[in-house]
Design a binder for this molecule. Structure first.
Ligand code: G1P
Length: 292
């Protein structure tokens, strides 16, 4: 199965990182020198995604601007004559014409509802869902690993990126039950969104990467509200698991939850340390703080 399209739900309010997100979308928060949304776009592009679908909301227009050409900036950089490196960065990050779509989730009804808003743009083919507040630092990226794993599975298979979390954090995530295992992959045996403490079927959390079959849309259309009063993707996936296979993949790489303040700070350090041009200076600065 070829995965050509990815859906990025970007309508969330980002309340965990206020006041940064009062007037700015959380997807534009910067890790080192790039907004979160650019990292997940790059990850999807590396994985072979050809069409990038953003489910936005009010106050998110700047995400669309970010993926547009900035005419004044391009012209000014070109006129200065010595800004070739900056021009190259802008060209590198620019999607091809027609490779992006933007639709709006008009009310904050949950992740399941956000994904459903993309149904007509996705159409009748398998697709990826990528949550921009989670970054995975690895080459190949998390989505590329998932697509590689999915290529070895039967038609109509669904794949979830999963990661073990401490038992006392399982209530914050969607959690998978574990069936038959083959290396880093396993058959998912039940899924529950934000299980009450002490009731999780395992400690394997569903992270922000999914490969789904289009039949999920039919289920989402009538999906009742679940945990937190929201239409949950996990609940719709549980229904789809009655007729299709779901697999969990324990991916390679370090996951960063950038939608929380500690996760955001840690990601800046991790991505800074991964950069050859910044590593030594950053290490020297951090050493000073650690010695204080
Ligand atoms: C969403 C999903 C949840 C998943 C999590 C990963 O929850 O509903 O299953 O584990 O993303 O970040 P949210 O973080 O939107 O509450």
């Amino acid at each position: 199965m070829k995965i050509r399209k990815a859906v990025f739900p970007v309508a969330g309010l980002g309340t965990r990182v206020l006041p940064a997100t009062k007037a700015m979308p959380k997807e534009m928060l910067t890790i080192v020198d790039k907004p979160l949304i650019q990292y997940v776009y790059d990850e999807a592009k590396e994985a072979g995604i050809e069409h990038f679908i953003f489910v936005t909301g009010r106050n998110k227009g700047v995400i669309e601007d970010h993926f547009d050409r900035m005419f004044e900036l391009d012209t000014t950089l070109a006129a200065r004559g010595n800004k070739k490196a900056e021009q190259d960065i802008l060209a590198r990050d620019q999607p091809a014409a027609g490779a992006t779509s933007f639709t709006r989730q008009q009310a904050p009804l949950g992740l399941g509802h956000a994904v459903w808003c993309a149904r007509d743009i996705v159409g009748d083919e398998p697709f990826a869902v990528v949550l921009p507040d989670e970054l995975v630092l690895n080459t190949p990226g998390c989505l590329a690993q998932m697509i590689e794993a999915a290529s070895k599975l039967g038609e109509k298979s669904n794949v979830l990126a999963v990661e073990a979390v401490p038992e006392d954090m399982t209530h914050q995530y969607g959690i998978c039950g574990v069936g038959k295992r083959t290396g880093k992959m396993f058959e998912v045996d039940g899924m529950v969104e934000k299980p009450a403490k002490g009731t999780a079927p395992s400690n394997l959390s569903i992270t922000g990467r999914y490969i789904l079959q289009p039949e999920i849309f039919k289920i989402l259309e009538t999906q009742e509200r679940g945990a937190g009063g929201e239409i949950q993707l996990t609940d719709a996936m549980r229904a789809l698991a009655n007729t299709q296979k779901f697999y969990g993949l324990e991916f390679e790489g370090e996951r960063h939850d950038c939608g929380s303040k500690p996760g955001f700070l840690r990601a800046n350090i991790a991505y800074g340390m991964a950069r050859a041009d910044l590593r030594d200076g950053l290490r020297a600065e951090m050493k000073k703080y650690l010695e204080k």
